[in-house]
Structures are given as C-alpha cells and as structure tokens.
Design a binder for this molecule. Structure first.
Ligand SMILES: Nc1ncnc2c1ncn2[C@@H]1O[C@H](COP(=O)(O)OP(=O)(O)OP(=O)(O)O)[C@@H](O)[C@H]1O
Ligand SMILES: [Mg+2]
Length: 336
C-alpha cells in the first residue's frame, strides 16, 4: 500500500489451483497485497513458487486455462478482474495493464515485423491511424534505446539481439501508457551489463509514464536497487513483505535470509561462490502440513511442523509468516 493508502491494484486471498495428474497443484494460496499508483514493487521467490501464475491472474490469462480453479479477488481500480466480463477484461489488458513476459524469445511472434508488433496495440487500444502508430512506435523504440529506430522498425524479432528484443518488449508494454506494468523476469536472459541498463530504463520509464510496476524475479539483487517494497513468495504464499530497505537490513522470515545469502555481492560477483538454500521447494501438489518452509529451515521447531503460520504484522509496518520472526535476527547471526 502506498503512503497515502490509495491502491491501484488490490489482491485479496487470491488462490489458484490447477488440476493435474499428480493431483491439485496449489500454485497460489491466499495471496493478498496492494500496489499504489506509480509504485515499484518486487515479487521475489525461487522457481515454481507461483510468481508467473500470480501475474497471469492479474492480467487475466491464468483464468483462461482449462484446468484452473480460482478464488479471491484481483481489484484493479476498484473492479474485480476475476468476475468482470471477458470483454471488459480484454479492454483493460494491454491498455491499462500490460506485461513483459518471462521469455523474450517466444513472446515476440517471430512471423510479425516489429512494426506490426508495435502498431497493433496502438491502433486497437488508442485508435491511432497506422501512420500515427508508426510514428509513435519509432519514438518509443528510440526511447528504449534502439539505435536507428526508424530503419529497424521493418525488421523481424530474430534480427535483434536478446537485449534489444527485451527493449522492444518494454516498448510494446509501455506503448499504450499502462497504469500497471508486470515485468516477469525482465532481465534473466541477459548479461549483467545489459541487465543493469534494462533495470535503469524500466525505473526511468515508470517514473516518466507514472506506471506502477511489479518486477518479478528469483533474484533479490535485481529488485534491490529498484523497488521500494518487496513481496517474498514461497510455495504459493507471500511469506514476508515490507519496505525494501528495512527488509534487506533485517529480514523477518528465514526464507528471506536464505534468499539474501544467495544474492551476489558487488565485491564478489561470481555466482558459483554463492550460498543457496539447502533442500528443494515442496511439491505444490503435496504440501507438508505446517509451514511449507519447515523442512529447509534452520529455526524449525515442533510447532512449525504442525501449524501453518499466518502472514501477520511484526509491529514495524511489515508482515511475516513465521513463528520465529522475533528471534530470527539473533539466530541468523549465529548461523551466518
Ligand atoms: N497450466 C498449469 N497447469 C498445472 N500446473 C501449472 C500450470 N502453470 C503453472 N503450474 C504450476 O504452478 C506452479 C507455479 O508456477 P509459476 O510459473 O507461477 O512459477 P514461477 O514462480 O513463475 O517460477 P519461475 O521462476 O521458474 O518462472 C508450478 O508448480 C507450476 O508447475
Ligand atoms: Mg515464472
């Protein structure tokens, strides 16, 4: 929630289950959070914890899957996208909410030119003539740092490098001036230098276009310098949230401690020297009773194996779902 309490997006108990051969996959479990207009929020957690499914639910794609059951609400500007008629959701998607998809290779249709990819939304959502849409597209490509944008607009995605394709995706995502941008692993496929450029670009564009952004990543390092608020997700649940600075300085959940230890340090950028959290995330079709993190947690007690800790206030404007939040800092110091 922003300081003034206004929410552009408000998720309440969003729950997403998938029917699969292994049984019900509990991909997202009672997730609640808010995003204020113009706010930059980081959604972090290991692979498979439910980040993309959450984003898909916000933009209305998860609900279209045949094996899905959803409950809770996803209010955008006060309207619940989960119950809104599909035609109305479609009018919001791409226009007011847009998404940079996780895979830059497959998410740009290879048979369409950059011109076609860029102008389609502008013509459909903003009603621009083709000539005006081309003009605006060139300006956008220029803004995201595509050299000689006017001549490259006729090119096809395969003629661009990974970093350039990512810039094109950002340009497309911002083209209709969305109020909310979902950036799903916006830099994972890119090398470190390009990563930094793309993150700076996203931050600047969000400020200039006044768009709220949810940056989704498994790497806390990506959101550290960019987002004001962090949501930590584990096994389909938010397990900790709070202002970035405070959360990094003093995490309240042992899982966040583990994530922080796996962030590369500036003076030690080699990823193969990093610590990772021991053990694997649980199978979302067969969640253990109690806290889903207990099997990997250095603090787990009998209580943790029996009861599931609720996401609750830790009294400092932050939330944590751990029975041991209060004693964590000292305990983490001992094991560090
Ligand atoms: N259509 C589907 N049918 C069944 N299970 C699914 C489906 N889509 C996702 N899942 C499962 O839901 C869980 C969450 O997936 P999700 O893609 O949200 O993870 P993620 O946090 O984005 O991971 P990553 O960092 O690898 O992108 C996973 O266990 C995944 O296998
Ligand atoms: Mg994902």
């Amino acid at each position: 929630m922003g300081a003034d309490g206004r929410a552009l997006l408000r998720l309440t108990d969003l729950t997403v289950d998938f029917a699969s051969q292994e049984g019900m996959v509990h991909a997202v479990d009672r997730v609640s959070f808010q995003v204020a207009p113009g706010e930059l929020v980081g959604l972090v957690g290991e692979s498979g914890c439910g980040k993309s499914v959450t984003a898909g639910a916000i933009i209305g794609l998860t609900g279209m899957l045949p094996n899905v059951t959803m409950s809770g609400s996803v209010e955008f500007d006060g309207r619940d996208l989960l119950t809104l008629p599909e035609a109305e959701v479609r009018a919001i998607r791409g226009r007011q909410i847009s998404m940079i998809f996780q895979d830059p290779i497959t998410s740009l249709n290879p048979v369409l030119s950059i011109e076609r990819l860029m102008t389609e939304g502008l013509e459909l959502h903003l009603g621009l003539s083709h000539a005006d849409a081309v003009k605006r597209s060139i300006a956008l490509l220029d803004e995201v740092g595509i050299p000689k944008a006017a001549s490259r607009i006729k090119d096809y995605p395969h003629q661009f490098s990974g970093g350039m394709r990512q810039r094109v995706m950002i340009a497309i995502a911002l083209s209709c001036n969305p109020r909310l941008l979902l950036a799903d692993e916006p830099t994972t496929a890119l090398d470190v230098t390009i990563q930094a450029q793309i993150l700076r670009l996203l931050k600047r564009l969000s400020r200039e276009h006044e768009a709220a952004v949810i940056v989704i990543t498994h790497d806390l390092g990506v959101v550290a310098g960019m987002c004001r608020r962090i949501l930590v997700m584990y096994a389909g649940r938010i397990v900790e949230s709070g202002p970035a600075k405070a959360l990094f300085a003093r995490p309240h959940h042992p899982y966040t401690v583990g994530l922080l230890k796996s962030v590369p340090r500036l003076d030690e950028p080699r990823r193969d020297t990093l610590q990772t959290i021991s053990g694997l995330p649980p199978d979302l079709a067969h969640l253990p009773p109690g806290c889903a993190f207990a099997p990997r947690c250095f603090l787990a007690t009998d209580e943790c194996w029996q009861a599931e800790p609720e996401l609750a206030s830790t009294g400092d404007g932050r939330l944590s779902a751990c029975f041991h939040s209060a004693s964590l800092h000292e305990a983490a110091g001992v094991v560090a």
